[in-house]
Design a protein around this ligand. Structure first.
Ligand SMILES: *[C@@H]1O[C@H](CO)[C@@H](O)[C@H](O)[C@H]1NC(C)=O
Ligand SMILES: *[C@@H]1O[C@H](CO)[C@@H](O)[C@H](O)[C@H]1NC(C)=O
Length: 158
């Protein structure tokens, strides 16, 4: 009953304050972490395409969005993806692999930026060893699959 009463007073409030601030809250303090879930990345075993996607949420804010990339030109290996907006354009991301030195494969990295409270912006990144993105053999063809953890936290924000 208490909940219903609170809810209906909220609804009343909503109905009577039409010109109030937007419902979606943006925080004014710098966030300290970004939570990534369902990170996936792969190319196609028999075809030319690449897919990268993940969800991102910023704790203590209403921000929760999906970031994704698709192309129909990549063969076997994942492309470097330049900075681009997520579904919520307050968040932007890029993905790249470092150059490979002789005898090693460059590590992979995702960089995420979040714009909040007007012109403020924080950025953080997550890096993986190349072994988390194995090139797998499909007989006449190879394709890359992300085999690392789908969920991780980015806490190196600055
Ligand atoms: C979220 O807010 C709670 C309560 O204010 C605080 O204890 C917690 O550290 C915050 N978490 C993050 C990730 O900022
Ligand atoms: C991504 O960029 C790095 C560094 O410039 C380069 O070594 C690598 O070959 C690029 N990857 C692709 C798929 O183009």
């Amino acid at each position: 009953m208490k909940t219903i009463a609170a809810l209906s007073s909220l609804l009343l409030l909503g109905a009577t304050s039409v010109s109030a601030a937007p419902v979606v809250e943006r925080q004014t303090q710098a966030p300290t972490e970004m939570d990534i879930t369902a990170f996936s990345a792969n190319t196609l075993p028999h075809g030319t395409a690449a897919f990268i996607s993940f969800n991102i949420a910023i704790p203590n804010t209403s921000l929760s969005t999906t970031c994704s990339y698709t192309d129909h030109s990549s063969v076997s290996i994942l492309p470097n993806v330049s900075l681009r907006p997520c579904d919520d354009p307050a968040v932007e991301w890029q993905f790249n692999q470092d150059p490979s030195l002789p005898g090693t494969s460059g590590q992979y990295r995702v960089v995420v930026t979040y714009a909040y409270d007007g012109a403020k912006k924080v950025a953080g990144f997550h890096e993986w060893p190349a072994t988390d993105f194995p090139l797998e053999d499909f007989g006449s063809t190879t394709a890359t699959f992300y085999r690392g953890e789908p969920d991780f936290v980015i806490s190196n924000l600055s």
